[in-house]
Design a protein around this ligand. Structure first.
Ligand code: KIV
Length: 259
């Protein structure tokens, strides 16, 4: 099983050039399987809202749901670092709410929280870290700002937006974050950010030069039949396995072969 992964482990993985493997999980069983497979970071992502609850975007995720899923995941995990995603409006409204809500995730069993945003969110990251709660940043494409961004497009391709993302990443590191997710960041910009930072970058659709990679577990397992992002690689086709099994069962019940 190996030693428990901590935020310090991730920092030394970056220093040693060891890639970080991260996936989302939302329930006890999946989390325990990912943990025994040696995944380093398990994120209880607010993507739960889309892949488990069938919502159009992540905006309707809330603290109560995220806490339930965090408890289930944390109960299962023995080795990986469990990070809980702070849902929309749980950290944007006030510093007090941000710190209190982040603390609730630690009480639910997470070892860190993740929040979306660049330099404007640095004071919030600082306040949470000062309360003793490790924070993972998240810049680039920000699903919680989908209405403002107007779509899920690649970020940081032109010079100005690349410079802005590099500054955002530095501000989040300065504020005390232990790592940062780069979502749909243009590969060359992600490379520059990664070289610029002491903390590890975890990419999703941000190319091969990040210190680690994260994907939504349903996408790699083929357990999501609406939109699958082009950068997600399907490692299994669980949807087909479930449909085949359910068909066979139904057939056997109808034919009186089972029980
Ligand atoms: O909610 C989520 O799954 C995420 C990852 C895609 C990074 O934030």
């Amino acid at each position: 099983m190996g030693e428990r992964i901590t935020v310090r482990t991730l920092l030394s993985m970056k220093r040693n050039g060891e890639p970080i493997s991260a996936l989302t999980a939302y329930d006890y069983f999946t989390a325990s399987f990912l943990d025994s497979a040696g995944v380093d970071v398990i994120l209880v992502g607010d993507s739960v809202e889309m892949v488990v609850y069938g919502a159009k975007n992540t905006l309707t995720a809330n603290m109560e749901k995220m806490l339930f899923h965090t408890e289930a995941v944390a109960r299962a995990v023995k080795r990986a670092l469990v990070v809980a995603d702070m849902p929309f409006l749980s950290y944007q409204t006030s510093m007090n709410d941000a710190v209190k809500n982040a603390g609730r995730f630690l009480q639910a069993g997470a070892s860190a929280v993740k929040l979306e945003g660049g330099w404007k969110f640095a004071p919030i990251v600082r306040a949470i870290v000062d309360a003793g709660i490790p924070v993972m940043g998240h810049i680039g494409m920000l699903p919680q700002s989908i209405k403002k961004m107007g779509g899920y497009s690649e970020q940081g391709k032109d010079e100005d937006s690349a410079r802005q993302l590099i500054e955002d990443a530095s501000a989040i590191q300065e504020a005390g974050a232990f790592s940062i997710v780069l979502e749909k960041v243009y590969e060359n910009t992600a490379k520059k950010i990664t070289e610029n930072l002491e903390i590890p970058t975890i990419g999703i659709g941000a190319g091969a030069k990040c210190d680690g990679q994260i994907l939504v577990v349903n996408d790699i397992l083929g357990l999501f039949d609406r939109f699958t992002p082009p950068f997600a690689k399907k490692y299994a086709d669980i949807k087909t396995i479930i449909i085949e099994a359910a068909k066979k069962y139904t057939e056997e019940v109808k034919n009186k072969q089972f029980p």
